[in-house]
Design a protein around this ligand. Structure first.
Ligand code: 5GP
Length: 192
């Protein structure tokens, strides 16, 4: 998606540890017009799929998922919550996610009230790097018995393994911008 690539080139910065900082428009200050165009693009890509619900993970996925939902008939958006602990009452689905940016593992939970067996779900997130966040959401979907119709990602770092693994596993992954290479010293970002 050219609009997103142009914006990353203009306002994105490359940080040590292969981190792309896009807080000027995606995950701190939010450009709602851009989010809306991203939602329209996912709706075009996933046209014809039955989507009952969008599932994302807090915090950065929530904004883009909510705007995207308006392009899928205003379906509900559920976000996996980062939790200090997993409660064992049996009223939550849970998974462990290793955070790429925070370099630590944390549990995420979704209340069983908000995912029902047989529902068709679209997963959305801001970044795909090594795929840990997505695998956490997939674990929750499998536990809930929902059908994963596709995965919508804003920015995939194509030089990390998450996207390749998910596609090889058969998931329909739609990344709106795929970064092929980036260099903080030279200030260059190349797209696939
Ligand atoms: P993964 O779980 O695929 O390794 O990483 C994806 C998650 O880590 C996303 O939810 C995102 O919040 C965060 N993340 C991974 N790489 C980057 C990055 O380069 N920049 C930013 N801002 N977040 C990232």
């Amino acid at each position: 998606m050219k609009e997103l690539e142009d914006r990353i080139r203009r306002d994105g910065t490359v940080k040590p540890g292969d981190v792309l900082k896009v807080d000027a428009f995606l995950n701190h200050q939010c450009d709602v017009t851009l989010f809306n165009d991203m939602g329209a693009e996912w709706a075009r890509i996933f046209a014809g799929k039955k989507i009952d619900k969008i599932l994302t993970i807090e915090a950065s996925g929530i904004g883009i998922a909510c705007i995207a939902a308006q392009h899928f008939g205003n379906v509900p958006v559920v976000f996996a919550k980062k939790s200090q602990s997993i409660n064992l009452d049996g009223d939550q689905y849970s998974a462990k996610v290793y955070s790429y940016t925070k370099q630590k593992e944390f549990p995420v939970i979704v209340s069983k009230r908000f995912l029902t067996e047989g529902e068709h779900v679209l997963l959305i997130d801001d970044f795909l790097a090594n795929g840990k966040a997505m695998h956490g959401l997939i674990d929750i979907c499998n536990e809930a018995g929902v059908v994963i119709e596709g995965i919508g990602i804003a920015i995939e770092k194509g030089f990390q393994r998450g996207g390749k693994e998910l596609r090889e596993a058969g998931y329909n992954v739609a990344s709106l911008a795929i970064v092929k290479a980036m260099d903080g010293d030279k200030g260059t970002i190349e797209f696939a």
